[in-house]
Design a protein around this ligand. Structure first.
Ligand code: 5GP
Length: 119
């Protein structure tokens, strides 16, 4: 699979500082910020700083350092967000996954008991 990254997507603009965001956590390789349309009391998006369009792109082409940095950010988001009682992580990909923003992001949802939502 070849992956084409569009650097005009909204999360690329957020990473460049062109659009404000409510940052939850940031390190060298990842940024975590509040979703603009939260679907739960906790709804944070964790994104790599590199140009990866989807989870499979990130998993296949990001460096080990980028992957570790990303998951360290996920850990910090969970630690900081008060989701000891549980949470859900979702990564939508491409058309069948109904991905709207073509920059890989992991949704972290929690703060309440979530409904089942597998299709
Ligand atoms: P997707 O459907 O691609 O998995 O999810 C995209 C998510 O990005 C949605 O939950 C949407 O609310 C969020 N989103 C879209 N535009 C913005 C924005 O400009 N700022 C923030 N913080 N979130 C956004």
């Amino acid at each position: 699979t070849t992956f084409a990254y569009d650097d005009q997507n909204i999360f690329a603009r957020i990473l460049r500082g062109e659009i404000p965001n409510k940052t939850v956590f940031e390190n060298d390789h990842a940024l975590a910020f509040a979703d603009i349309a939260p679907q739960a009391p906790v709804h944070v998006l964790v994104i790599p700083k590199g140009p990866y369009v989807s989870l499979d792109h990130f998993a296949s082409e990001a460096t080990p350092e980028e992957q570790v940095g990303f998951f360290q950010a996920v850990a910090e988001v969970c630690r900081l967000s008060g989701v000891e009682e549980g949470f859900r992580a979702i990564a939508n990909a491409r058309a069948h996954g109904v991905q709207d923003v073509p920059h890989f992001h992991l949704h972290i949802l929690g703060g309440t008991r979530l409904g089942r939502m597998l299709p």
